[in-house]
Design a binder for this molecule. Structure first.
Ligand code: NAP
Length: 261
C-alpha cells in the first residue's frame, strides 16, 4: 500500500514494489496518473490496484487498508508517502497552507500508521511501515514544512518502540532534494530556472505540475544537488529486503551538495 502514488517518490516506490512482485495498492487523488503506473506494473509482470482517496479523510485510509487486505489476505507494507510543501516564511504564510501540511504530512501519516498496525495485528504477519520524512527533519530551521517532518521522525521512532513485541518494523526515509513536483508551490522563478536547465519548452504556472521529461532533464543537469525518485525507491527496497533480525530505522538519502530554496 503506497499513498501519494500518483506522482514523484510514491509513484517510483509503487512501481518498484510492483516490479519486485508485490501486489501494489496505489492511492492518490489523480486516477489517470495512477492508471499509467498500474499499467507499467502489470506490464512488468506485477499486480496493481488503484484506490482514489484523500488521505486527510481517516475513513478513506481504512478503505485503503481494507482494499489491500481484501486483495491478498494481509497487509505487508504500508508506505506513508503523500505529502505537501509550502515553503514560505512563517510570517508571510497563511493558516490554510499550515493546515494542509499538518493534515497531510502528520495527521494522515498517524492514521495510516495506526490503521496499518491494527490490520497487521489481526493477521499476525511480518509487517513494515515506511514513513517518508525529509532531510528537513534534521534542520532545526526548516519552517513549518520541516516541523511536520520533525513530527514524522518523532512519530516513527515512538511507534518503533511501541512495536518491539510485534513482528512489525518502522523505517523513516529522509530524502534530500528529489526531482519531483513537490516544489510546485515555490517561487515561479525557481521553477522557470529548472525548465531552462532542462532545455525543453514548458509553461510554468504557480501550483501546477511540470512534465516528467522536464524534471528528468533538469535532474540530469543538476545531479549534484538533486536526486531521482528512483534513488528513494532504492532506499525503501533496501529497508524492506533486510532479514527480520535487522531493523533499518532511518535512512538519509540525499544529493552530494545541499540546495537551499
Ligand atoms: N521531492 C523532494 O525534494 C522531497 C524531499 C524530501 C521529502 N519529500 C517527501 O516525499 C513525499 C512525496 O513527495 P514528492 O516529492 O513525490 O512530491 P509530489 O510529486 O508532489 O507527490 C506528492 C504525492 O502526494 C499526494 N498527495 C498530496 N496530498 C494528498 C492528499 N490530501 N491525499 C492523497 N494524496 C495526496 C499527491 O497526490 P495527488 O495530488 O495526485 O492526490 C502525490 O501523489 C512527501 O511526503 C514529501 O514531503 C520530498
Amino acid at each position: 500500500m503506497v499513498t501519494g502514488a500518483s506522482s514523484g517518490i510514491g509513484r517510483a516506490i509503487a512501481e518498484r514494489l510492483g516490479a519486485e512482485g508485490a501486489y501494489v495498492v496505489l492511492s492518490g487523488r489523480e486516477q489517470s496518473a495512477m492508471e499509467e503506473s498500474a499499467a507499467r506494473i502489470v506490464a512488468s509482470g506485477g499486480k496493481a490496484e488503484i484506490v482514489v482517496a484523500d488521505v486527510r479523510d481517516a475513513n478513506a485510509i481504512q478503505g485503503l487498508v481494507n482494499a489491500a487486505v481484501g486483495a491478498v489476505g494481509q497487509l505487508d507494507v504500508f508506505v506513508n508517502n503523500a505529502g505537501v510543501s509550502f515553503l514560505s516564511p512563517i510570517l508571510a504564510s497563511d493558516v490554510e497552507s499550515w493546515r494542509l501540511m499538518l493534515e497531510t504530512n502528520v495527521l494522515a501519516l498517524l492514521v495510516g500508521c495506526q490503521t496499518a498496525v491494527r490490520a497487521m495485528r489481526v493477521t499476525g504477519n511480518r509487517g513494515h511501515i515506511v514513513n517518508i520524512s525529509s532531510a528537513a527533519a534534521r534542520d532545526p530551521n526548516s519552517g513549518v514544512y520541516g516541523a511536520t517532518k520533525h513530527a514524522v521522525n518523532v512519530i516513527s521512532n515512538s511507534l518503533r518502540l511501541e512495536l518491539l513485541e510485534d513482528p512489525i518494523q518502522v523505517t523513516t526515509i529522509m530524502p534530500g532534494l528529489v526531482a519531483t513536483n513537490i516544489g510546485r508551490n515555490v517561487d515561479v522563478a525557481v521553477l522557470e530556472g529548472l525548465v531552462l536547465m532542462s532545455g525543453l519548452e514548458a509553461e510554468v504556472r504557480a501550483g501546477e505540475r511540470l512534465p516528467d521529461e522536464v524534471l528528468e532533464r533538469a535532474q540530469a543537469a543538476l545531479h549534484d544537488i538533486m536526486i531521482k525518485a528512483d534513488d528513494v525507491a532504492d532506499a525503501v527496497m533496501y529497508a524492506l529486503s533486510r532479514p527480520p533480525s535487522v531493523h533499518v530505522a532511518e535512512i538519509v538519502v540525499r544529493p552530494n551538495k545541499d540546495f537551499a530554496l
